[in-house]
Design a protein around this ligand. Structure first.
Ligand code: 5GP
Ligand code: ZN
Length: 136
C-alpha cells in the first residue's frame, strides 16, 4: 500500500467507493467521472504502477476480476457491448499511478468509437520495417 495513492486509499476504505465486484485480489468500482453508464475501474489490491510491476499470477487474477465485473455489469445494466483496456504510462493517458483496467459498457446509440479512435498516428516506418526490428 502507498499512503499517497488514491486507489490504495480506496482499498483501505479510507476513501468511499461504489463497489460492484470484489474478491481476495481485485476490487472493481464505479469511476467517479464516468464516460459511459456503468464505467468501472478494476484494480489489483496490491499496489502496482503499471503492468510491468505485476506478476503473471496477478495478471491472471485481474483478468478474472475483469470478466466477473463484466458479467455483473451485463446482468445489471445489459449493455450491448464493452470496451476494456488500460492507460499504461503517462504517454498513454495514465493519471492514477495504480494499475486499473477501465471497463466501458457500450450501448448501440451511445455515439462512441472503437479502440481505433484512441490514436491515429502510425509513425514514420512502414509495417514491414517495424517487423524487422522484431526479427532477432
Ligand atoms: P487514468 O487516466 O489514470 O487511466 O484514469 C483514472 C480514473 O480514475 C479516471 O477515470 C478517474 O475518473 C478515476 N478516479 C480518480 N480518482 C477517483 C476516485 O477517488 N474515485 C473513483 N471512483 N474514481 C476515481
Ligand atoms: Zn496504490
Amino acid at each position: 500500500m502507498l499512503t499517497d495513492c488514491i486507489f490504495c486509499k480506496i482499498i483501505a476504505k479510507d476513501v468511499p467507493n461504489y463497489t460492484i465486484y470484489e474478491d481476495d485480489h481485485v476490487l472493481a468500482f464505479l469511476d467517479i467521472h464516468p464516460h459511459a453508464k456503468g464505467h468501472t475501474v478494476v484494480i489489483p489490491k496490491r499496489h502496482a504502477e503499471t503492468v510491468f510491476d505485476m506478476t503473471d499470477e496477478e495478471m491472471k487474477q485481474i483478468s478474472i476480476g475483469m470478466k466477473r465485473t463484466m458479467e455483473r455489469l451485463k446482468k445489471v445494466l445489459n449493455p450491448d457491448g464493452f470496451n476494456t483496456g488500460w492507460n499504461d504510462g503517462q504517454a498513454a493517458g495514465q493519471v492514477v499511478p495504480h494499475v486499473h483496467i477501465h471497463v466501458f459498457p457500450r450501448y448501440s446509440t451511445d455515439g462512441g468509437g472503437s479502440m481505433h479512435s484512441i490514436v491515429k498516428n502510425p509513425g514514420d516506418m512502414p509495417v514491414g520495417d517495424v517487423a524487422k526490428l522484431f526479427a532477432n
